[in-house]
Design a binder for this molecule. Structure first.
Ligand SMILES: Cc1ncc(COP(=O)(O)O)c(C=O)c1O
Length: 468
């Protein structure tokens, strides 16, 4: 009997899902040559679809030679329809486009953007243009710091949108903010030197620092971001890592007074501020606060990424460095991977230069604002005593439910029901202060998923009596 797993919420048609799964089973030799397929009538009733849907999928498999009809006997896997397994030769197109027919987890991870909104058409068009028109040098080895076109475009964009002051030579294009932060750590952290980080802090960035050999010095945050008076007075730091536009995870937007305090501290202690500005474009309340870098370009290393405003798959980010660090950073980048892919950089440069990025950000801001409203409304109507924190920007907010305790056990139980939530405790260095708080990212979820996810969360908390 065939085992077909249908996802009725998927945008892939049921016919296509049936076709792909049977074809996959044949290619993987789970269905062997000569094996009989279920009758179309039998399969349609087992999986609850109309017979025509199954017939259409079978017709396609017949037309492509995967199966054959034997009169009055049925439909069978055709001879020679798959390669021997030891050749490890699963068909190319199957590997290229894995289907998404698996039941989907409603994943409230913070920082997942709406990848369904990626401007595929425009990006494709520009890629075609770049491949046709770009000078030959773009197809050769490039500068470790990135192509000049993108650095010039980015310098203008960052000045206009984020108040970043720099020459294009100070911009180093990297494989996302991840690589930028890794290289900065390698550059500035020597044995026994620590990095001050906000507490709680993103696990990904924390792991990058630890993996590069740094010790961490936790500095508490409140609803307005890092508390600079808690920075160490007598200890030499490599740098202070902050996310001032929308602290992760607590969502605070750092006030100008605290920004000034940070700069004063860095000057006095002769170290740097590393400013991660990963989702600052999405500010919903008030005007976006300009970067800290603009206050002191000699003391601040500014890090940005296109993972959130466009797509993490691009792997394009950047660091804006004080001029005296540029050469050393460029050398390190060369040793890591020579340079970031030049063709994508040129496409991105045109995308920004021709105004498509501004347009895309405007559109995404509306979409995220709407999703944020839906999430907040659902949360507040499901949990009367709940409070939402850090919602003025970004793609996530923190939900505080008095009386709740988000232990691993309850998180796993909720996950078993198809919903993934993220306790703030998981990101805290000093444990025990955030037990009733969870991060709820809404960027990558649909309206329906947000509603269903919150309903399931409520059901699970009520059922498991994890609330008083
Ligand atoms: C705080 C923070 N900054 C930046 C990023 C983006 O990293 P990348 O540009 O490597 O995708 C992330 C990813 O989730 C993040 O959590």
């Amino acid at each position: 009997m065939l085992y077909i797993n249908l996802n009725r919420k998927s945008t892939t048609s049921l016919t296509q899902q049936i076709y792909e799964q049977i074809r996959g089973d044949i290619l993987n030799r789970e269905l062997k040559e000569g094996e009989r397929l279920d009758s179309s009538r039998g399969l349609s009733s087992t999986i609850g679809v109309s017979r025509n849907v199954v017939l259409e999928a079978y017709d396609r498999l017949i037309a492509e030679g995967y199966v054959e009809v034997r009169p009055r006997s049925g439909t069978f896997v055709a001879k020679g329809s798959s390669l021997p397994l030891h050749e490890n030769n699963v068909h190319r197109d199957q590997r290229m486009f894995r289907t998404d027919s698996e039941p989907k987890l409603i994943d409230f991870r913070g920082g997942n953007p709406a990848i369904d909104q990626f401007p595929r058409k425009k990006w494709g068009q520009l890629t075609k243009e770049v491949c046709g028109e770009a000078p030959d040098r773009i197809f050769g080895y490039g500068e470790p710091g990135g192509i000049e076109e993108l650095r010039i475009t980015l310098a203008k964009y960052l000045q206009r949108v984020r108040g970043v002051h720099c020459d294009p030579e100070q911009i180093m294009i990297t494989q996302g903010a991840t690589q930028a932060l890794r290289l900065i750590t390698e550059l500035l952290i020597k044995d026994g030197i620590s990095i001050a980080v906000e507490d709680p802090v993103t696990d990904e960035m924390r792991n990058i620092f630890i993996n590069a050999g740094a010790d961490l010095f936790p500095v508490p945050v409140d609803e307005n971001g890092i508390l600079p008076e808690h920075l160490p007075k007598g200890k030499k730091l490599g740098f202070v890592f902050v996310i001032p536009s929308h602290q992760f995870p607590m969502g605070g937007i750092l006030s100008i007074q605290r920004r000034v305090q940070l700069i004063e501290y860095a000057r006095k202690m002769n170290n740097y501020i590393v400013e991660d500005d990963y989702d600052s474009e999405f500010t919903y309340e008030g005007a976006p606060v300009p970067s800290i870098q603009g206050l002191d370009p000699e003391r601040v290393i500014y890090v940005g990424t296109f993972s959130k405003i466009l797509s993490p798959a691009l792997r394009v980010g950047y660091a804006v460095l004080p001029a005296h660090l540029v050469e050393a950073f460029r050398n390190l980048k060369w040793f890591h991977d020579r340079h970031t892919a030049s063709i994508d950089q040129l496409v991105l440069s045109r995308f920004i230069e021709e105004g498509y990025l501004d347009r895309h950000v405007r559109k995404m801001k509306k979409i995220y604002r709407k999703k944020r409203e839906i999430l907040e409304k659902c949360v507040l109507s499901s949990f009367k005593e709940a409070k939402t924190i850090g919602k003025a920007a970004g793609m996530h907010l923190v939900v505080d439910i008095p009386g709740a305790t988000f232990t691993d056990d309850i998180v796993n139980k909720i996950k078993e029901k198809g919903v993934h939530i993220y306790p703030v405790e998981q990101y805290a260095l000093k444990k025990g202060m955030h037990k009733q708080q969870i991060i709820m990212g809404y960027g990558g979820l649909t309206k329906e998923e947000i509603i269903e996810g919150v309903e399931e969360l409520k059901r699970c908390l009520d059922m498991n009596k994890y609330r008083q």
